[in-house]
Design a protein around this ligand. Structure first.
Ligand code: DC
Length: 213
């Protein structure tokens, strides 16, 4: 029996899982890890050094030396870094190294909130509560389009939608730890929900899980 509170959040790109994870972490006073940033950091380091993205042994060395405390969301959010990350994410040995670091993060102090693609299925199968956040590809593309437009403008909705569909195929179709809901995950489709409603829905699932602990 443990009072550790581990909240596992999975879902496809731009589903709203990151926002929900941050809000839940704030609400419960827990540390939060966006595990996508760990894959992005490996991709970024390789790009920066001019190294190829398809040499697993190089990516492994970078992963082993990753410092979770120094992940810079601003730099790592660039589109080409995301593309590099999704190529890194198919490498089993790299996944093993990153998953180990993510598990250590989850086990610290009173628990943690982690979001990604395989948190409920692989990283923290024993999590207190698992949430799987989805939204239609069109809704996700619209949100991402608005976000990019506000920052820099000039993005194309069609291009973003095509990228999201391609990213989903890669994330759901890979052999190791594909994106899928854990059998005991609570599904939240945010297509027709405001952030506030999604947060309240998530909170209800977490509260129910805590009271059953
Ligand atoms: O969520 P994101 O866009 O930052 O993720 C970047 C890539 O990393 C994406 O292609 C999926 C992959 N990823 C993963 O395989 N497992 C995770 N737990 C998190 C992200």
């Amino acid at each position: 029996m443990t009072n550790l509170l581990i909240i596992a959040i999975d879902g496809p790109a731009a589903s709203g899982k990151g926002t929900l994870a941050r809000r839940l972490a704030e609400h419960y006073g827990l540390p939060h890890l966006d595990t996508g940033l760990t894959y992005r950091a490996v991709g970024y380091a390789l790009l920066q050094s001019g190294l190829p993205l398809d040499r697993e042994e190089l990516a492994e060395i970078v992963a082993e030396n990753l410092d979770l405390g120094s992940l810079d969301r601003e730099i790592l959010s660039a589109h080409e870094v995301g593309e590099a990350a999704s190529k890194i994410a198919v490498m089993s040995t790299v996944r093993k190294i990153l998953v180990e670091q993510q598990r250590k993060f989850a086990a610290q102090g009173e628990g943690a909130v982690l979001d990604g693609r395989d948190i409920g299925t692989v990283v923290c199968p024993q999590a207190t509560v698992k949430l799987y956040i989805t939204a239609s590809p069109e809704t996700r593309a619209r949100r991402r389009h608005r976000e990019v437009d506000e920052k820099s403008g000039g993005s194309s909705y069609e291009q973003i939608l095509a990228d999201i569909i391609k990213r989903d195929e890669r994330d759901m179709g890979r052999a190791d730890s594909p994106l899928k809901p854990a059998t005991d995950a609570h599904l939240i489709d945010t297509s027709e929900m405001s952030i506030e409603t999604a947060f309240e829905t998530a909170l209800r699932f977490v509260e129910a899980a805590i009271s059953e602990q």
